[in-house]
Every structure is written in structure tokens, then in C-alpha cells.
Ligand binder design. Structure first.
Ligand SMILES: [Zn+2]
Length: 774
């Protein structure tokens, strides 16, 4: 209607460069879909806030719907439960098996109506029967049977809509007596191996100890044994975990758990505190990534500092972190909390990291699973970390949207690092799984970050336990999918449910603080990794080459073969010495549930028919238009090429701008004054800046290092990951390379690869098939 106004609007930017950057960045992800309408009174948007003088310096209001759950009243969005789940308010009674074979719908508060009465009624104050309960967030006890006066047999609820994945446990007992020894035995665990056989203890929490002595979760239990259950149903082997316990008080309420619980509500409380914090909310923007199957919000955090200019904002690299795709691995949430605590702090290093990176954080990928107390699956009854290639947006919304978000992020900027946090049930320490890189130019580069991390956290992180082999069965994991999308440093971080075998922490269970410290170490290592002074990087690379060389020698010696590795040793065919050891803590993909197979078939057919669709007959007008268009084509092509070339230049400059950005921002911060645009565009400062930047980076780092055993670039601490201290026999094979399969183009857009095998075998594996058996 007003062409002049139209063009004007297109060029408008928000007065505050940071607001402008954030606006454009988030707009990229589909927020603020309406066009930005600034000062025109005809086109006033309710998203804009005006100050007293009206129309001067308008600011963007936070999108209202997205923030409805964190209103100023501070109320939380109540967790939504599958409608067949009972949830207690205050009453106490034993849980009953859930009904239904796949997820249909959810509601706040779960099952409607009066929930079932106690299976046991106390017959008076002398009755010392324990009362069990787990119908609360992350609880998962299905049954407790009293087999002797002080002995109970416990059955865990399998992951909802599956008949397996028992590992995580979390339940409450009441009516305790002290000075008596109780025995608990969980009878339906499924993993043949467990850290409970090598010293790991369950966690216990006493309400009275918490109230009186401020004592929280602690490792408790004696006579701990993990063994195969003799009762065999012919299909599955079950394993038992048994332990004895003496409660500290009479009439206490106590909890037991596999690991320190961290619920969806815990996360929401944390995020609420961030949203309410006037400083943190400035550089941490909270958004809804999507809704889970049950309708719970999956949160996405964007954390970055304002940049002096849009150009510098655009030059920032991204880091993507996520956690709790496996709901029973609460370790991941504690590491994530440690990361967030640090990155949102006012420490100089945190500020520096926010200056140079855009952090994209999905702190809880599977809220439904966390709420219902699953160990591994979502409400689709499947392990989400085997479905990152899915085309089923509706059935796997959390990972579909995560992948899509990262895909868009990659179009916008380089993603330096992707890391998904997990817990591990069979190995001690903390370690990373990565992806072998086959490009000679970046040979072994994917191992530099893990090696640096092991130097920064020598008592917790084991480089020897890291593995970089890309196995076929892991193609659907976040790590492999993101790596194939182009993220070189793409990792799964595994942290044990037990403790450390390293250094001063040797034979000690990890505490919440230990896990949180790993979140800090990730930040610290990022700074080492990006230090413009490349000394640490090149030294790590040299060390990695040496380690690999030793491995190759060892392998060939074992086979009694001679090998001359001088000179071109790195060209040796590594497949000859490739390790087939899987260090992973996982199971194979189950394929899709039966009720989703039809949907995939339909989608595939739709895609096929779209491709094959015959061209409809064209009218003369259409044919003429097409003819005209073809005539113009060469011209268009030329312009496209030209713009391509124009775009190339900024890309090439990226590296230097990146450090320039740092320098400019830090020096401006030091001077404590705002840089003017002309100052920034002045140029002629580049060479001296990089060295200055190095100094600044070091300055902050050295402060940190003085407080801890520290990073020694020459790496004499290799002994900190000394293999003699390692329990895992496979550790010696961890440095071996394997050849990476040819990268698949557009791999994410391909139809589900697991469909056909599942179709063949689903009768024996899918939940529907097993209904009634258990
Ligand atoms: Zn996991």
C-alpha cells in the first residue's frame, strides 16, 4: 500500500545492537513471525514497548505466550502426566501396573478420580510395616512385597509402554524403625553387569536428618550384591540388587534412588530463577523449543553477550549442549546445572565465553520420561537417542525440533561443539564418545577437546575411556547425526553413576558437586580449545599422535609383525588395527512401535508420490511465462554467482573477525566505555590484537589455574589417566581410528532407516505383542 514505507521498514534496525542481534537471531528460529513494525502509528504492534515520550526508543516486549508459564506471579506450569498415571497428593498406597500399550493422551495431575487406597493398613502404633510410595515425579516402584518381618522384595515399573529398561529407581518409605536391619531386593533388573558389584552403593535421603542436621542424599547400604535371578520366565533373564540398611530414626520418611534425582520441576524452578534474575535474563533468553508428547514444555536457552556491532555478532560461533534424552540418567542434569551456574555467572571467564559464543542449550530433552520415572524411553516407548534421523515430527517432537534447530543454526554460523550429557551404568569416571574424522587436514582434531578436558579434570575425566568409533548401530544418535551434519566436535558425555578411579578422587563416589564441577570444566576447556595462542592445541595434537603411534606399535607387536612407522606412519591403514570394542552403555534400536509403522509408510508414500507426480498440462499463458523465464535465466545466474562471490569474502575473514570481536569487546569493557562505530571500523589493529587477546585469555585462565592442580601444556600429567588405574580392559584400544563411512548427503531428510527390519521382527519386540505376558 505504501511502497516507500515498505522499503524503509526493511532496513530498520532496533536501536540497541544486542536487541537487534537477538531479534534477528531468534526471528531466524521462527519467533517474531510478524514483520517488525516500528514507529508507524498505523502499524503499531503490541510486542513493542514505548517509553514515556511514546514512539521514542521502542523496545520489544517478551513474546507473551511463550512466557505465560513464567508469569510475574512465579507460578510453574504443572507437569502433564499420561492419563493412565496415578499421582498422589498426600494419600499413601501401593502402586498398580499401568494400563494401555501406547500413549494416547495426558493431563495435569494424571488419572482422574479418587486414587486407589492403601494396600496395607497399619494396625496400630506397634505395627512396623514399611509403607512404600513412588507416585511422584521420577518415581517408578511398581510393587513391594513383604517377604519377612524386615525384608521386602521390590519390582520396578518398566519404562512406560515397554516391557524393559529397568535400571533407575526412586521411591519413598515411611514408618521406619531404627536399630533394626532391613533388607531390600529389587528383583527385575535387566543388565547383566552393574557397578553395584564393584563398590557402588544406593542413595538414601532421610527427611528427619535433612530437617535436623541439614544432611541431604548420601550413599548407604551394606551387604550389597548384584546377581542373576533364578526365576526364569523363558524369555528374559532378570537380575537382583540387594542391600541392607539401618534407618537413622524411628517414624522417619526416607527415600532411595539409583542416583541423585533431578526432576522436571527442579528444572522449572531453576529456569524461573534465571528468568526472574534481572542480570541473567539479559543474556539468557528462554524459549519453548517444542512440546513433548504429553504436552510438557521442552525449553531452549540462548546464552550470549551483546556484541558491539551486528557484524561481530554474526561472527560468533555456536556451542550446543543438551541433557536428559535418557530420563533415568540424572547425572546429566547435574552437569548441566554446573554448566549453567558457571556460564550465567559474572566470572570473567564466563563473560568472555558469552562474548565469543552463542550457546544453545536444551537442558531436558525428554521431560515426559523424567516425569514418569522412565530410565531410557520417551512416551513413544522408544529410546530417543536412536531416532535422531526421524521424519516423524509428531511422534518424536523433542529430537526432531532439536535437530531442526541445529540445522538452522549451522546455516547461520559455525557450530564449534555439540555435546549431549548422559549417565553410564557399567564404567567409572567421566568420558566422551566422539566421531573419528577422516579428513587428513583435521586428523585427530576430534580428540583434542577430550584430551584437554582430561587435563583440566584429571581426577574425574578419563581420556583412556573415550571412544571415537562410529558404529553402525549408533547412526541414529545425536552425536553421529550432528557430526554428519558437519559438526566436527560432536560428543556424547558419559558420567558414571558411581565414582572415580583417578587421582585424589580414586575410589570415591561422585557427589553432586563433582558433577557440577564438570560443567565448569567444559567451559574452562572451551577457552583452552579456542585460545588464539595455539600452543596447548598443538601440544595436545602432538601428544595424540604419539599415543596413536604407540598403539600401532603395540598392535603390530602383538601380532608379531614388523612395522616401520618412521616418516609416513600416519598414512598407515588404521582399519588394520581397528578396535571392535564398544564402550557404550546401550542397547540396539528397537525400530518403531507398531502403531507408528503405518504413519511412516504413509509419509514415505507421500514423499514418493510427490517425486513421481506427473507435470500437469499447462495453459498457453503458463507456457509463455516459462519461456520468458528461461530466456532470463542466464542473467539470473550471473547475479547469483556475483552475490556468491561477494559472500565469500566475509566467510574468509571470519577467523580474524572472530578474534577481533574478542579484542574489541574486552578492551571496551576494560576501558569501561562504549566503543563508537567509527572506532570499530578504524581497522589497522589486527596483528597486535591477537597477541593482546592471548594475554587477556590467559589472564583469566591463570587466575583459575592457581586454584586447582591445573593444566600443564607440556602434559606430564599423562599419568593422571594412567592405564594402570583403569579398570576397563577395553581402555587400551580406545585410541584406534576407524574409517568413517562416506558422509551421507542430507542424511536427516532421509526416511527412517529402521523401518523394514522392525516390520519383520516387531511381533516379538513391540509392546503390543507383549501385552498380557507381564
Ligand atoms: Zn544415556
Amino acid at each position: 500500500m505504501f511502497p516507500a514505507l515498505e522499503t524503509e521498514r526493511k532496513q530498520e534496525t532496533l536501536p540497541d545492537p544486542y536487541e537487534d542481534f537477538m531479534y534477528r537471531h531468534l526471528q531466524y528460529y521462527g519467533y517474531f513471525k510478524d514483520s517488525l513494525m516500528l514507529s508507524s502509528p498505523l502499524l503499531r504492534s503490541r510486542q513493542l514497548l514505548f517509553d514515556e515520550l511514546d514512539q521514542v526508543n521502542p523496545r520489544l516486549r517478551e513474546p507473551r505466550e511463550l512466557f505465560a508459564f513464567f508469569s510475574s506471579k512465579g507460578t510453574l506450569q504443572a507437569p502433564r502426566w499420561p492419563i493412565e498415571c496415578e499421582v498422589i497428593k498426600e494419600s499413601i498406597h501401593h502402586i498398580v501396573p499401568t494400563e494401555g500399550s501406547y500413549f494416547t493422551s495426558s493431563r495435569v495431575g494424571g488419572k482422574r478420580g479418587i486414587i486407589k487406597e492403601l494396600a496395607v493398613t497399619l494396625e496400630g502404633p506397634e505395627d512396623d510395616t514399611l509403607l512404600f510410595e513412588s507416585r511422584f515425579e521420577s518415581g517408578n516402584l511398581q510393587k513391594a512385597v513383604q517377604v519377612d518381618t524386615y525384608e521386602y522384595e521390590l519390582t520396578l515399573r518398566t519404562d512406560l509402554y515397554t516391557n524393559k529398561h529397568t535400571q533407575w529407581f526412586y521411591f519413598r518409605v515411611q514408618n521406619t524403625r531404627k536399630d533394626v536391619t532391613y533388607r531390600f531386593t529389587i528383583v527385575n533388573l535387566l543388565k547383566p553387569k552393574s557397578l553395584y558389584t564393584v563398590g557402588m552403593k544406593p542413595l538414601m535421603y532421610s527427611q528427619l536428618d535433612a530437617n535436623i542436621y541439614n544432611i541431604g542424599w548420601r550413599r548407604e547400604g551394606n551387604e550389597i550384591k548384584y546377581y542373576k535371578n533364578n526365576t526364569d520366565n523363558g524369555q528374559q533373564s532378570f537380575y537382583c540388587l540387594t542391600w541392607t540398611i539401618q534407618f537413622p530414626h524411628d517414624q522417619d520418611t526416607c527415600f532411595f534412588a539409583h542416583f541423585y534425582p533431578y526432576t522436571y520441576t527442579d528444572l522449572q524452578c531453576y529456569l524461573l530463577s534465571v528468568a526472574k534474575n534481572p542480570i541473567q535474563s539479559q543474556f539468557c533468553k528462554l524459549r519453548t523449543l517444542c512440546r513433548s508428547l504429553a504436552g510438557n514444555t521442552v525449553y531452549l536457552l540462548t546464552i550470549t553477550n551483546p556484541s558491539p556491532t551486528p557484524h561481530e555478532a554474526a561472527a560468533k560461533k555456536a556451542v550446543v549442549l543438551s541433557a536428559r534424552v535418557h530420563p533415568g540418567e540424572s547425572n546429566a542434569s547435574w552437569i548441566m546445572k554446573g554448566f549453567l551456574d558457571f556460564i550465567l555467572s559474572n566470572s570473567p571467564d564466563a563473560q568472555l565465553l558469552r562474548d565469543i559464543f552463542v550457546f544453545k542449550v536444551v537442558p531436558m530433552l525428554n521431560p515426559d520420561g523424567v516425569i514418569v520415572g522412565n530410565y531410557r524411553c520417551s512416551l513413544a516407548g522408544r529410546d530417543l537417542n536412536r531416532h535422531y534421523k526421524t521424519i516423524l515430527k509428531e511422534s518424536f517432537p523433542c529430537i526432531w525440533h532439536t535437530r531442526n534447530m541445529i540445522k538452522r543454526l549451522l546455516e547461520e554460523r559455525e557450530v564449534l561443539l555439540y555435546c549431549d550429557f548422559h549417565g553410564h551404568s557399567r564404567k567409572n569416571n567421566i568420558f566422551l564418545y566422539g566421531c573419528n574424522n577422516n579428513d587428513r587436514k583435521y586428523w585427530l582434531h576430534e580428540r583434542v577437546f577430550p584430551l584437554m578436558l582430561s587435563k583440566n579434570a584429571p581426577d574425574k575425566f578419563s581420556f583412556h575411556s573415550c571412544n571415537f568409533k562410529v558404529q553402525k548401530c549408533k547412526e541414529g544418535t545425536g552425536r553421529v547425526v550432528m557430526w554428519r551434519m558437519g559438526i566436527l566436535n560432536s560428543y556424547t558425555m558419559e558420567s558414571t553413576f558411581s565414582g572415580s578411579t583417578l587421582g585424589s578422587k580414586r575410589n570415591i563416589h561422585f557427589t553432586i558437586e563433582d558433577l557440577k564441577s564438570l560443567g565448569y570444566h567444559v567451559c574452562d576447556t572451551l577457552l583452552d580449545f579456542c585460545d588464539p595462542d595455539k600452543t596447548k592445541f598443538t601440544q595436545c595434537l602432538a601428544e595424540l599422535k604419539e599415543l596413536l603411534q604407540q598403539e600401532i606399535h603395540k598392535k603390530f607387536n602383538e601380532r608379531g609383525e614388523e612395522v616401520n612407522l618412521e616418516g609416513s606412519w600416519s598414512d598407515i591403514s588404521l582399519s588394520d588395527i581397528e578396535s571392535s570394542t564398544s564402550g557404550s552403555d546401550s542397547s540396539l534400536s528397537d525400530g518403531l512401535p507398531v502403531h507408528l509403522l503405518n504413519i511412516v509408510d504413509e509419509l514415505n508414500q507421500k514423499m514418493m508420490s510427490k517425486k513421481k507426480k506427473k507435470k500437469p498440462l499447462q495453459t498457453r499463458k503458463q507456457r509463455n511465462e516459462l519461456h520468458q523465464k528461461n530466456k532470463l535465466m542466464p542473467e539470473f545466474k550471473l547475479t547469483e554467482d556475483a552475490s556468491d562471490r561477494a559472500e565469500l569474502a566475509p566467510t574468509l575473514q571470519k577467523q580474524s573477525t572472530f578474534y577481533k570481536t574478542l579484542e574489541n569487546f574486552r578492551s571496551s569493557a576494560m576501558k569501561n566505555e562504549k566503543l563508537s562505530l567509527s572506532e570499530l571500523n578504524g581497522g589497522e589493529r589486527s596483528t597486535s590484537m591477537d597477541s593482546k587477546m592471548t594475554l587477556i585469555l590467559r589472564k583469566n585462565k591463570e587466575k583459575m589455574q592457581s586454584k586447582r592442580p591445573g593444566f600443564t601444556p607440556s602434559c606430564p600429567q599423562r599419568g593422571s589417566t594412567d592405564s594402570s588405574q583403569e579398570s576397563a580392559p577395553e581402555s587400551s584400544q580406545n585410541f584406534l581410528c576407524s574409517f568413517r563411512p562416506a558422509p551421507l548427503e542430507n542424511v536427516v531428510e532421509q526416511p527412517e532407516l529402521t523401518i523394514s527390519p522392525c516390520k519383520l521382527h516387531c511381533a516379538s519386540r513391540c509392546p503390543q505383542a507383549s501385552v498380557g505376558q507381564r
